[in-house]
Design a protein around this ligand. Structure first.
Ligand code: HEM
Length: 359
């Protein structure tokens, strides 16, 4: 205590002490509405993220980011290391599920109008996360150094390279040269395990900062926001812990029964290998095949860029106070048309790439 001012100063060590953190958490409250079932997706995203970080960290103990040993180190971890297959499987199925839950979280926020004032920045920060996440998959796919990872990377790099003005520069930055070799593998690895997780954590902090500042959206059933609150610790924390353990168990069991796939080692001379696109990218892939030649930029940049731009500006072009989906016919119709187009393109892509046996 400073006698002159009467203000007590707490040292950094005291401030960070576990006892204080628990004390501060135990008085932290959140609106009772946070327990609504359709907010489940936000909590599930957090659980999956922690699981992805943990399984990735464990895999890093055995992974060797060098051309001659990357594939063998993955093969060893997958088939010879006790529980190695389960950890790799949890990472593999975890990011697939993460994408599905991310989509569900976005659709839910759209349907209940959670993007409308004053929550525009919660939405915008969410869209930033959504646009950022594919970078994890692009960088992660190459790390196994198998045929699928190597040739999928070539397809993605050629799409990135077709971006006017900056395409070539981006490809060189990613690869560190004209070919996908040791420098590319090192860059993808460092991005995947260091820079991208750091940036994602920062984006999520921003997302939560806006959620805290602007509050959660009201439920339709009441005009006034319920003032009821629940304690974050233990009420929310315990539920989140149960969710985390549940999803770990489910993904662990799935990985045990269906081990994560690993193809043949990458052969950069075998250009006859045609990689099948991932399910989440089927519609983008189809757009690229529809617009060819001088129109290729329409499928690779203009339409995807336009969709991303539309998502970002949505809260600013649709800011009316009406929140119920039934009374927002125009915006719901536009969203349905876009969703049907994405679904139709994905089905076309599926039929094209998956209806025949892969060679
Ligand atoms: C790593 C990804 C993300 C995580 C961990 C995350 C987490 C959360 C959590 C825990 C909440 C509060 C509970 C809830 O309403 O679900 C929330 C709210 C929200 N999120 Fe996300 N989110 C992510 C990505 C996104 C994306 C991609 C969008 C949309 C583009 C988005 C938009 C929103 C909105 C608008 C709210 C406020 C909901 C309301 O007030 O009813 N989030 N997020």
């Amino acid at each position: 205590m400073n006698r002159a001012t009467g203000i007590s100063h707490v040292t950094l060590i005291e401030y960070l002490s576990l006892e204080r953190i628990v004390k501060r958490l135990s008085v932290l409250t959140v609106p009772a509405d946070a327990l609504t079932w359709h907010r489940f997706f936000g909590a599930l995203l957090l659980s999956l993220l922690v699981l992805l970080f943990l399984s990735g960290a464990f895999m890093a103990f055995y992974y060797s980011p060098a051309l001659g040993s990357a594939y063998d180190s993955v093969d060893y971890a997958l088939f010879s290391l006790p529980f190695g297959g389960i950890i790799k499987g949890v990472h593999h199925y975890g990011w697939n599920l993460f994408l599905i839950v991310l989509g569900a979280h976005l659709v839910r926020a759209f349907v209940v109008s959670a993007y409308k004032p004053p929550r525009q920045m919660i939405w915008v920060s969410g869209v930033m996360i959504l646009l950022f996440v594919p970078l994890f998959i692009i960088t992660g796919d190459l790390l196994t150094w198998d045929q699928k990872g190597f040739w999928s990377t070539q397809v993605r790099l050629s799409i990135i390279g077709s971006i006017p003005f900056i395409g070539d520069l981006l490809v060189r930055l990613f690869q560190g040269g004209p070919l996908t070799g040791i420098v590319a593998l090192t860059r993808f690895y460092v991005l995947h395990i260091l820079f991208l997780p750091g940036l994602l954590a920062f984006l999520i902090l921003i997302h939560f900062h806006f959620i805290k500042n602007n509050g959660l959206s009201y439920s339709f059933s009441s005009d006034n926001y319920s003032t009821k609150t629940v304690r974050f610790f233990p009420v929310i924390f315990n539920r989140w812990l149960i969710l985390f353990m549940g999803i770990t168990l489910v993904l662990g069991l799935i990985s045990w029964y269906w081990p994560a796939p690993l193809g043949d080692p990458a052969d950069p001379t075998d250009s006859s290998y045609v990689p099948r696109p991932e399910w989440w990218v089927l519609f983008l892939n189809q757009l690229v095949t529809i617009f060819t030649g001088s129109f290729s930029v329409v499928g690779s940049v203009i339409i995807p860029g336009g969709l991303a731009g539309l998502l970002i500006v949505l809260p600013f072009i649709d800011s009316s106070p009406e929140r119920h989906p039934v009374r927002r016919k125009r915006v719901m119709l536009c969203a349905a048309i876009i969703a049907i187009a994405i679904l139709a393109l994905s089905i076309m892509g599926y039929l094209e790439h998956f209806s025949t046996p892969h060679v």
